[in-house]
Structures are given as C-alpha cells and as structure tokens.
Write a protein that binds this ligand. Structure first.
Ligand SMILES: [Zn+2]
Ligand SMILES: [Zn+2]
Length: 301
C-alpha cells in the first residue's frame, strides 16, 4: 500500500532533526511560599527551584530549604547555583545550611552563590559555623574539602548575572524600602522565561524585566489582612509591610503591564488560611485577566 503524503510527513515529524539540540527539561517548583521570618504550620519559608536538565538552581533559601528540596525529590548533590534576592532572613537563613547538607549528601561539584552584599560575609559566617562538622566528615568519611567548591558572586549592581549553556540570568533592582540592593531575577532558558520578583513594592523596573515572560512568580500581601495581622498597636509593622511589599491588586497590574503568560503568587503575607485562594484571586483579577496560580508548597508551576 502506498503511504499517503500525510503519513510520510507525520513519520518525518517524529524523527529528530539532524544537528538539532533537544531543549533542556526545565522544571519550576515552589519550595516555600510563606513570606516573612515567622515560621508557620501551612507553608515553608521562601525558596523556588529552577531545575535545568537535572541541575538544581535555587532562588532564595529560607529556613528548611534542604528539606523542601528532599520533598520535591531533588538530590541535594545536584545543587549548582543559589540566587539570593536580598538579605532578609526569610531569604538567606539557610544558604550555608543548604551548601553544607548538599556536601554531606555527596556534592562534589561547584556551587555558586549569587546575591547582593553582604552575601559573601553571610555565607562565610554561616559555613564557618559548620567548621567542626566539616573537619570531622573530611577526616572520618573521606569527603573532599568543601571550601574549594563554594564560589560567591556578590554584586551590588543589576545586569547579566549568568550565561550558562543556553540560559541567561538577568537581575534588576527592586524597591524593598530600606533593604538595598534588593534584586528580582529573570531566567531565560531555551524552554521558558521565568521571572522571580524577590521582595518589592510595586516596581516599574520589575515590569520592564518581566516583559513578555512565560512565568512571573511574584510576592504578594493581602492588604485588608495586614492591619489585623500587625495588630492595632503595631502601626509601624503595618506601614513597613505596605511600603516594602506589593498588594495582590498591584501584582495583577505588574502582570498586566508586563504581559506575562502566567502569574504565580508566592511569598504570601499573611500565609495562613485566613486569606483563601478565592480571596487572593479576586484581588489579582481587579487588574489581570490571564492565567493565575495561587502558590502552594511543592507545586510545580
Ligand atoms: Zn521576604
Ligand atoms: Zn524582605
């Protein structure tokens, strides 16, 4: 029987193109979605995984990030890069812990930490607190020294941070009140473009960075709940939250102005059940009609 043209073309389509490099597999997982320094029962501290062809890049390292990676079935010895948006504890408490636990889980390849000052001092101090454990494991378990594996790329200025394979990472400055510099990061991979806001109030610079991105993961506060959460006697905290973070309505505006394909809310404040997904969504919908996901821990987005 003679094959039809459609069958022949269909067969050809199934063959790999000669010389074509397959697009890397890129997986994005929300490791922790609760904003702020206080631990809570329902959500882990802020961290996001971008896994590119089996290499783990981690954006922010709130407390418990190594455990969240284990729950996401990510081998710790695949951690290759860590990006810190800013040096609040909910974003950097576990940078050193993650590196140490990755190393004691078999890491033999370099890890680079990218972030604003004083990230170099922070990581040095955090790792110094493990000196006793590290020396013991080198001596008793025959592990390779950790220090030569750790590289720190501290920078105060925004711009191109990394070009690695087909992926580039660009940062911009965002406005997190007194915490300067604070960065957002954009990851342009051959498969998707992903932007992570870090902590910021509404930012036109971030809108520019996120232009046309496939995925925007943005922090959010639920404004009506902030005063109640801060308590009537804590106007300073409520004021600070409003000046240094973005309301869900404003997050919708960022997504609309940037024209992103998909918006994910993470780093939620408050992160408890008092604000339901429907409430978050209704606030975002005042400005953005596109795809919206209200983040949960370990969700692939
Ligand atoms: Zn934060
Ligand atoms: Zn912060």
């Amino acid at each position: 029987m003679q094959a039809t043209r459609r069958q022949i073309l269909g067969g050809l389509a199934a063959l790999p193109l000669i010389g074509a490099v397959p697009a890397p597999r890129v997986r994005v997982v929300l490791l922790g979605t609760k904003g702020g320094p206080t631990p809570g029962p329902g959500r882990a501290a802020p961290a996001t995984l971008i896994e590119i062809d089996g290499q783990a890049w981690v954006v922010d390292c709130g407390n418990g990030v190594a455990n969240q990676l284990a729950k996401a079935r990510v081998p710790l010895d695949t951690v290759a890069r860590i990006f810190v948006t800013h040096n609040h504890s909910d974003h950097m408490a576990d940078v050193g812990t993650l590196i140490e636990l990755a190393w004691s889980s078999g890491l033999k390849t370099p890890v680079t930490v990218h972030g604003p000052p004083p990230i170099a001092q922070i990581v040095r101090d955090q790792l110094a607190s493990f000196a006793y454990d590290i020396a013991g494991r080198i001596r008793e378990e025959g592990r390779i020294p950790l220090a030569p594996l750790v590289h720190i790329d501290e920078r105060a200025d925004p711009g191109i941070v990394v070009r690695d394979g087909g992926t580039s990472v660009t940062s911009c400055l965002v406005d997190h009140e007194t915490i300067k510099p604070a960065f957002a990061y954009r990851f342009d991979t051959p498969a998707r473009s992903i932007v992570i806001s870090g902590d910021t109030r509404y930012s036109d610079t971030l809108v520019a960075l996120a232009k046309g991105a496939d995925l925007l993961i943005h922090e959010a506060i639920y404004a009506p709940a902030i005063s109640r959460m801060a308590g009537e006697n804590a106007p300073t905290l409520a004021d600070h939250l409003r000046r240094s973070h973005t309301s869900a309505e404003e997050v919708g505006l960022v997504a609309k102005r940037a024209g992103v394909k998909k918006l994910v809310l993470s780093h939620l404040v408050p992160g408890g059940p008092q604000v339901t997904d429907a409430m978050w969504l209704a606030a975002v919908r005042t400005n953005f009609a596109g795809e919206v996901v209200i983040g949960r821990d370990l969700m692939e987005v």
